[in-house]
Design a protein around this ligand. Structure first.
Ligand SMILES: [Zn+2]
Ligand SMILES: [Zn+2]
Length: 138
């Protein structure tokens, strides 16, 4: 991939499409309790890019944003048709937060850290410690 090739993203129903342009700023796994609630899983996987490197291509009007009352900057955006988490502008800085799982190709960077590690779920096990199956397993 060339340095300036864009990376596409979309929701599960395909109504919302966007693209990001490298270089990405950061890529973090967040184990905070809010991210666990909002994603329904052990941690969020968030890529950050400056707003100027982000573009909506379709379906922006289908997005609903929820800003958590009382939180300084926690928000989630999602497709109102299929519920897929969508990117949103971070409060307090110029970055767009991109849930990495909605990208249709690998971003230009890999995760650099796990944050809010002290808040991780009591049941969280490092994936490196688990047996691997190509599909469902037993
Ligand atoms: Zn959708
Ligand atoms: Zn978090």
């Amino acid at each position: 991939m060339t340095q300036h090739q864009t990376i596409a993203g979309s929701c599960l129903c395909g109504s919302i499409k966007f693209e990001i342009a490298p270089p990405s700023t950061a890529f973090k796994y967040c184990h905070c309790t809010r991210c666990r609630k909002a994603t329904g899983t052990a941690h969020a996987a968030n890529v950050f890019v400056p707003q100027s490197q982000f573009k909506w291509l379709a379906g922006e009007s289908l997005i609903k944003r929820f800003d958590l009352p009382g939180a300084k900057r926690f928000a989630v955006s999602f497709c109102t048709q299929c519920g897929t988490r969508m990117p949103h502008k971070s409060a307090g800085n110029d970055n767009m937060l991109i849930p990495a799982g909605v990208l249709d190709a690998a971003p230009d960077i890999q995760p650099d850290s796990s944050i809010f590690w002290g808040s991780k779920a009591g049941w969280f096990v490092e994936t490196s410690a688990l047996p691997k199956h190509e599909e469902y397993g037993k």
